[in-house]
Design a protein around this ligand. Sequence first.
Ligand SMILES: [Zn+2]
Length: 121
Amino acid sequence: MKKAEMKVYKDRLLALRARLRGDVTQLAEVALKKNSAQSGGDHASMPIHMADLGSDAYEQEFTLSLMETEEDTLSLIEAALERIEDGTYGACEECGIQIPKTRLNALPHAAMCVKCAEKAQ
Ligand SMILES: [Zn+2]
């Protein structure tokens, strides 16, 4: 891939990283607020509704699993940025063929071609 082409994907990866980092921080703040609300004394005198507690716990778990996925994506983005620095970006890590641009446009942090990614799953 030409350097000028890589620059386009680098910009996209940087933008994606910035957005994900913002989201992760926001999600962490929300999860922490929920935690402090549950352990705080404000609601001690209020009747406990089991259904409410249940949905809160579920929501918190969902938020945390979402954060894990975003952390995974972030590490893929970091790896892709390193490949751009190395000049190997765009080549499949498994078989070495050029990853189609349609795939990179949809998934700029993709490290493998579709066939290898399917095999790896
Ligand atoms: Zn491949």
